[in-house]
Design a protein around this ligand. Structure first.
Ligand SMILES: NC(=O)c1ccc[n+]([C@@H]2O[C@H](COP(=O)([O-])OP(=O)(O)OC[C@H]3O[C@@H](n4cnc5c(N)ncnc54)[C@H](O)[C@@H]3O)[C@@H](O)[C@H]2O)c1
Length: 433
């Protein structure tokens, strides 16, 4: 069954007319493309062919009806009909949870096998666009081998929210297109040109991962706001006022600050204040599992770094950075101190350089702390970076270096383990077109 069929070489077949597929099909038609939606569920297909939405979603029914009568949208249960002449196949089938938490790939596997059966009858291979949420590696390891090596596979995750899905498509927060075939990525990115948005062109695995990263981030944001809200209400504080004020800070709070994967946090404030917050909440009988998990998460992250350094093929390890971050000489709760103590305990030979911590130049509590509390670390300090680089056969970057020092580290030609990620960040900016 197929209605208002438009024979056009740039036609798009959308497989799966669920929440994502139906919105994708109607919206792609609305921005000028010729779209055929496919579903094995006859009721959904019939519903679209009658100009009705198969489910409630604000604005969707009007879009379906308008594009159906304009001849840009159609629907069918026949995959081969939909694929004939299609330049793109958008896969929007479900990837529901299994009992163990993993995603079920049954619908995806089946639809790929069906596409592969139709492909030999087509004069040219359409670009396969995976819109369903799939774990990184799925496109490479499952979709590509199943459909055919000759077809390009691109991941274009969907970020719509049910209830505002049409609006989210038309005014997207982000459009991500990932793939190894640059021409295919360009073709898919070009479909969104009428929206006038910059498309993030990334690798296939990054595109798959971004969807999970975004959803995890959103869930963490909600959990954070709710835990702060729960504590506020227990203490008779206006939670909304707290969060509204928090959101006023667009430099540190609602910004990309603190969102770079790197080394564990430390210092005199974050660990101390998190401890106090969770301790006081417990005393008030308010459980805050998300906030309580942050320090253990940080410790786990430090453990990973310790393990990486221990596994490094190194005899003499030079450590760049001792304070908990760059541009300070504050040693309180520096994760580097814990890292060094762990490595010393494992018998490693170490020396340390920190541009702001030199025994003859630091005073007061920091000097006392260094000499009295961690004299074993104080003894490892090198006064000059050149000395450290000449002595070491392996370098661990534990603090973001200044551009000049980064250049000095890189020309040393020593093998480098950069636990801060800052050197690689400088070398690999994110590609956004
Ligand atoms: N619902 C959301 O808000 C949302 C948002 C972003 C991403 N996603 C992701 O998008 C994907 C689809 O989600 P959904 O909520 O639209 O799922 P859904 O279950 O509502 O729709 C899936 C549709 O695919 C059809 N289908 C399955 N196998 C088929 C086949 N072989 N041939 C033809 N049709 C077939 C089903 O009949 C169904 O109508 C999932 O991976 C989901 O995680 C969902």
């Amino acid at each position: 069954m197929i209605g208002n069929e438009a024979q056009d070489t740039a036609r798009i077949a959308v497989l799966g007319l669920g929440y994502v597929g139906c919105v994708t099909a109607a919206c792609l038609a609305q921005i000028g493309h010729r779209v055929v939606g496919v579903d094995r569920d006859e009721q959904k297909v019939e519903s679209v062919l009658k100009g009705q939405s198969p489910f409630f979603e604000p604005g969707l029914e009007a879009l379906i009806a308008a594009n159906l009568s304009a001849g840009r949208l159609s629907a069918t249960t026949s995959l081969s009909e939909a694929l004939a002449g299609a330049g793109f196949v958008f896969i929007c089938v479900g990837t529901p949870s299994q009992k163990n938490g993993d995603t079920s790939l049954e619908q995806l596997r089946r639809v790929c096998v069906e596409i592969a059966h139709v492909f030999p009858s087509l004069p040219s291979r359409p670009t396969v666009v995976v819109r369903s949420t799939v774990f990184p590696g799925t496109c490479e390891e499952l979709v590509q081998p199943l459909i055919a090596e000759s077809a390009a596979v691109v991941d274009n995750p969907e970020f719509l929210r049910e209830g505002s899905a049409v609006h989210d498509f038309m005014e997207p927060s982000i459009v991500v297109v990932g793939g190894t075939d640059a021409a295919a990525v360009d073709r898919v990115a070009a479909l969104y040109a009428p929206l006038g948005v910059a498309v993030c062109r990334v690798s296939l695995r990054t595109a798959e991962m971004i969807k999970y990263a975004c959803n995890a981030f959103h869930a963490v944001k909600i959990g954070f706001a709710n835990e702060i809200g729960a504590l506020c209400s227990r203490m008779d504080i206006q939670a909304q006022e707290v969060m509204d004020t928090l959101c006023q800070d667009t430099k540190l709070n609602i910004s990309r600050a603190y969102l770079n994967p790197g080394f564990a946090f430390g210092g005199s404030c974050l660990p101390k204040d998190l401890r106090a917050l969770t301790y006081r909440a417990l005393r008030l009988d308010v459980k805050l599992p998300l906030l309580e998990s942050v320090l253990p998460s940080n410790e786990q992250h430090l453990q990973r770094a310790m393990q990486m350094v221990l596994e490094a093929p190194a005899e003499r390890i030079g450590i760049f950075g001792l304070a908990f971050k760059e541009n300070t000489d504050d040693l309180r709760e520096s994760p580097v101190v814990l890292l060094l103590e762990h490595l010393l305990g494992k018998g490693r030979q170490l020396r340390v350089f920190d541009p702001h911590i030199q025994l003859d130049q630091i005073y007061g509590s920091n000097r006392n702390f260094l000499l009295a509390s961690i004299p074993h670390i104080g003894k490892l300090l090198d006064e000059r970076l050149e000395n450290l680089l000449a002595w070491a056969d392996y370098l661990v970057v534990a603090q973001k270096p200044s551009p000049a020092m980064a250049a000095q580290l890189l020309v040393s030609k020593l093998p480098i383990l950069d636990v801060t990620g800052s050197l690689s960040r400088a070398a690999q900016p994110v590609a956004v077109s």
